[in-house]
Structures are given as structure tokens and as C-alpha cells.
Design a binder for this molecule. Structure first.
Ligand code: PMP
Length: 378
């Protein structure tokens, strides 16, 4: 059987990983400045994470959702205390798209309305409702996408106000920082306006922190840069450091009811062990502070490089905007210097999302490689 081709692939087969490095089947070493797309939060194969998972594997890895699972409670408590959302409830699932799908469902059940506002250049996943609120030229919307989904320009408060005047809105879904779109930062006024428009119109504010959360942006969740509390927060990627686990943080004003949400694998013992290990490491090794420190270090070193037009950054979520498309730069970083980076909707933006425990010394490898390539670019 052949694989169903869904992604254009680099011809590299990683077989081993440690910290910020990967090795392929030929023994070549790579620096991971993409974190497997913001998934690797505490570095590959962190010893504490490995030990926790191995230990859990020896005990029990899965049983059905119809039994009590103390690890879910431990995870929820630790996530609550590290994020500051102690009073919220947690629903555990398996992917970012699934978390967003459930958040959209919760919103419409909560207020009985259907219409959802989303933003230009958004990315919320590839399942039916998630893709309907995604604005990406490469991602195909389902045939049954309805007119319940209303697109508004990013940071455009005026249009958002008009939409609320003319339509009955169930929810607004917004990324803490747009990732796939090209590291687009929200204005404070924009985020505050979403909050107040939702409040005055009985609509639900959904913050998608799938990429920008878990300490990556120098706060536990990127939106905590501002004084707002969303009703629902979705999280995935960095939550399991590679083990599939995702969640929806749910404001206490939402009523739980049996049958409303569910999933076979969500919150299984192994996934929770991975999730707990990640939170322990983020806390014990001060990784939120490290993300901001190393992010600022990199920005400072590269900001004067040739061909860099702007740098959009919070913590270790960084978009380097070049004065031309960055495909060639990205491919040279990989082929000449063996450094993984990411691209974005915006073709001129190089996206970097390294592990949160990256060191200055490791960052220097990327900095030197980028300098070499940009200096030799026309
Ligand atoms: N939301 C955001 C902000 C994302 O960046 C992504 C993945 N790129 C998703 C949702 C979807 O996550 P998943 O691939 O785990 O479904």
C-alpha cells in the first residue's frame, strides 16, 4: 500500500533526536529550529519526559473513558496553576483541529446561535468546522461549508463592529498569534474589542492557542500579554511534546452535559503522563522566561542582516520577513547548514519555532547559518 500524499516532503528520514537536534538514517545531524511545527516544547526526548512515559507504559497506557483516571485530574490541576486558569474546566482530546471543533460546538450549544467570525490568514485545522474558519489558499474547504462563517480582516475592529451589528454571532475564533499565516501579532485594541463585542452580544470568544500557547510566546498563553479572559481556549501542539494530546479550557459559565463532547482516545493515561511531564519541565526549568530571553537574543543578533525587512516576534515564535520569497533561503538553511525552519502563508516569511529550552550556543548555529545565506543572496 502506498501512502496517501498530503504534504510535499523533504527527502530526509529522521531516526533519532535529542534536545534541539535530529539525526537522519545516514547519520547527518540537523538543528531543529521548527520544533516539528511548534510541537517540540521541551526539546526532543527530554530525560524527565522519557522517564515519565516509560514509567507510565509499565503501569497502564489506556483504558476507556468510562473509568476514573487520576492523571487527567493531575494534568488539569497543573495546567490550571501554571496558566492561571484554575477556575476553568478541561476537556481532553487529541489534536488542535479536534479542540477547535469542540470549542465551536460548545459555543453554539451555549448560546443557541450558529454564526462564527474568523479572520484573514487564520489557521484552525482541517476538520469540517475548523477548516471552514481557516483562511488559507492551499487548504480546501469542505463541500458542505455553509454561510454561517464570516471572515473579517485581521486587526480590523471597524468591520468586526459592523458584523456584530448586522448578524447574530455565536462565536469569534482568533489565534493568540497567527502562526501559519506568517506570525501576525494582534493589536491590543483588536483583542480587547473582540472581548467586549462578545460580552455585549452574548457571543463566545474562542482563543486558539494551539501554536502560540504553552510558553512559546513568553506567556503561558500568548493572549495573556493583554488583560483579557477568553471563554474557551484551545491547546495542542506543545502540550505533549510530540505525544498527541489537546484540550479545551472551558469557562465555568459553560454547563457540562453527558454526550455533548467525547472522544475515545482523549485523556488516556500515556497522553496525560506526557502532558504532565511537559508542564513539570516548563515550570522547573523556567522555559517561559527562556523563550523570551533566547527569542530576544536571536532578534537582536539578526535584525541588521541584509534582506530582513521586519521581524515579528513574541518569545520563540518568530517570523522573519525578507524582502523576497524565502523558499530558497529555507532550502539553503536545510541543505547547506542542516537547519530546519518553517514557511508561512506569506511567502516572504521564514517561521522559526525552536524548542523552548534552546540555548544561546544552539541559537548561534542558526544565526551564523542565516547570516551566511543572506549575505550571499542577491
Ligand atoms: N490551530 C492552529 C493555530 C494551528 O497552527 C494548527 C496546526 N498548524 C491547528 C489549529 C491544527 O492542529 P492539528 O494539526 O493538531 O489538528
Amino acid at each position: 500500500m502506498n501512502l496517501f500524499e498530503v504534504y510535499p516532503l523533504f527527502d530526509i528520514n529522521p531516526v533519532k533526536a535529542k534536545g534541539s537536534f535530529l539525526w537522519d538514517d545516514k547519520g547527518q545531524q540537523y538543528l531543529d529550529f521548527y520544533g516539528g511545527h511548534a510541537v517540540i516544547s521541551i526539546g526532543h526526548n527530554h530525560p524527565y519526559y522519557q522517564a515519565k512515559l516509560k514509567d507510565q507504559l509499565e503501569k497502564i497506557s489506556f483504558y476507556s473513558n468510562s473509568v476514573q483516571n487520576d492523571l487527567q485530574v493531575e494534568l488539569a490541576n497543573k495546567l490550571g496553576s501554571l496558566s492561571g486558569y484554575e477556575d476553568y474546566n478541561l476537556f481532553l482530546c487529541n489534536s488542535g483541529a479536534e479542540a477547535n471543533e469542540n470549542a465551536l460546538k460548545l459555543a453554539s450549544f451555549h448560546n443557541g446561535k450558529k454564526k462564527v467570525v474568523y479572520f484573514s490568514d487564520s489557521f484552525h485545522g482541517r476538520t469540517s468546522a475548523a477548516v471552514a474558519v481557516t483562511d488559507n489558499p492551499k487548504i480546501v474547504a469542505p463541500v458542505n461549508a455553509s454561510d454561517n462563517f464570516i471572515k473579517c480582516d485581521w486587526n480590523d475592529v471597524e468591520t468586526l463592529e459592523t458584523i456584530f451589528k448586522t448578524d447574530e454571532i455565536s462565536a469569534v475564533i482568533v489565534e493568540g498569534i497567527q502562526g501559519v499565516g506568517g506570525i501576525n501579532l494582534p493589536d491590543e485594541h483588536f483583542i480587547q474589542s473582540i472581548r467586549s463585542l462578545c460580552d455585549s452580544n452574548d457571543a463566545v470568544m474562542i482563543l486558539d492557542e494551539v501554536q502560540s500557547g504553552y510558553g512559546r510566546a513568553g506567556y503561558f498563553f500568548a493572549h495573556q500579554e493583554f488583560d483579557v479572559k477568553p471563554d474557551l481556549i484551545t491547546t495542542a501542539k506543545g502540550m505533549g511534546n510530540g505525544f498527541p494530546i489537546a484540550g479545551v479550557l472551558i469557562s465555568p459559565k459553560f454547563k457540562a452535559s453527558s454526550g455533548l463532547l467525547g472522544t475515545t482516545f482523549g485523556g488516556n493515561h500515556l497522553a496525560c503522563a506526557a502532558g504532565i511531564a511537559v508542564l513539570d519541565v516548563i515550570k522547573n526549568e523556567n522555559l517561559i522566561e527562556n523563550a523570551e530571553k533566547i527569542g530576544a537574543y536571536i532578534e537582536d543578533k539578526i535584525k541588521k542582516f541584509k534582506h530582513i525587512k521586519s521581524i515579528r516576534r513574541r518569545g520563540l515564535m518568530m517570523g522573519i520577513e525578507l524582502d523576497q520569497p524565502c523558499a530558497e533561503v529555507r532550502s539553503s538553511l536545510l541543505k547547506k547548514h542542516f537547519v530546519f525552519t518553517g514557511n508561512a502563508n506569506d511567502k516572504n516569511v521564514l517561521r522559526i519555532l525552536p524548542a523552548l529550552n534552546i540555548t544561546e550556543k544552539e541559537a548561534d548555529i542558526f544565526i551564523a547559518a542565516l547570516e551566511d545565506i543572506l549575505q550571499n543572496l542577491n
